[in-house]
Design a protein around this ligand. Structure first.
Ligand SMILES: C[S@@+](CC[C@H](N)C(=O)[O-])C[C@H]1O[C@@H](n2cnc3c(N)ncnc32)[C@H](O)[C@@H]1O
Length: 196
């Protein structure tokens, strides 16, 4: 069942987001994206653009997708060269054959209503030969992830977190092939996959 609670939550809290959350997780792992300046990159759940900041100077074109117009508006003001897309991970509004070299989702997947459907959509839009996706998530079995999970439960955000093992299973169900999984810090981990 599609609940769309996160969209309403982020619509309401968007003016405070950059004030409360100040770090840029992508800057710590930018090298894993192997950007050469030629890539078309899609960030799903881009929010206010916090994570895409370090990607934009290194890619040919960046699309930022989010269901919350107020989050997206802030991102557009900061990064006018990015292409804003209002939409959901579960129904990516791109035609068949429209591909991205990189699809990234930072601190966003646990907010999606239907993660399996969304991963199938990622597979659909990934460039078939050299494209790959990067998902960065909290591990709920580690203290930091457990804390974030408890906080989001308290705020009734409807979030659903996955351990690295569960994330592997989910990718397998979506027919995505994991090529790397690693911790970024004590509580978050990355998963890189291709559609081969
Ligand atoms: C915690 S914020 C992360 C934003 C950004 N990636 C960052 O690192 O700052 C999560 C974002 O996911 C978005 N989101 C929630 N449900 C979504 C869905 N079904 N599809 C795509 N994005 C969604 C929210 O609107 C929000 O902007």
């Amino acid at each position: 069942m599609v609940k769309r609670i996160p969209k309403r939550f982020f619509d309401l809290t968007s003016p405070l987001y950059d004030f409360i959350i100040r770090d840029n997780p992508t800057s710590k792992i930018i090298e894993v994206l192997k950007l050469t300046g030629q890539e078309r990159v899609l960030e799903i759940g881009a929010g206010t653009g916090r994570s895409v900041a370090s990607v934009i100077p290194l890619a040919r074109q960046v699309w930022i997708l989010d269901p919350s117009q107020s989050m997206l508006q802030q991102a557009i003001q900061k990064f006018p060269s990015a292409r804003p897309v209002l939409g959901y991970a579960e129904e990516l509004p791109f035609d068949e054959g429209f591909f991205f070299d990189r699809v990234i989702a930072i601190d966003s997947l646990h907010h999606w209503d239907d993660q399996l459907e969304a991963l199938k959509e990622i597979k659909r839009v990934l460039e078939p030969k050299r494209g790959f996706s990067l998902i960065v998530e909290f591990d709920p079995s580690r203290p930091l992830g457990h804390y974030i999970k408890s906080m989001e439960k308290f705020f009734r955000m409807g979030s659903r977190f996955f351990t690295p093992l569960e994330m592997r299973k989910l990718h397998k169900q979506a027919n995505l092939t994991i090529i790397r999984q690693a911790y970024v810090d004590e509580g978050t981990y990355l998963t890189i996959s291709t559609n081969k």
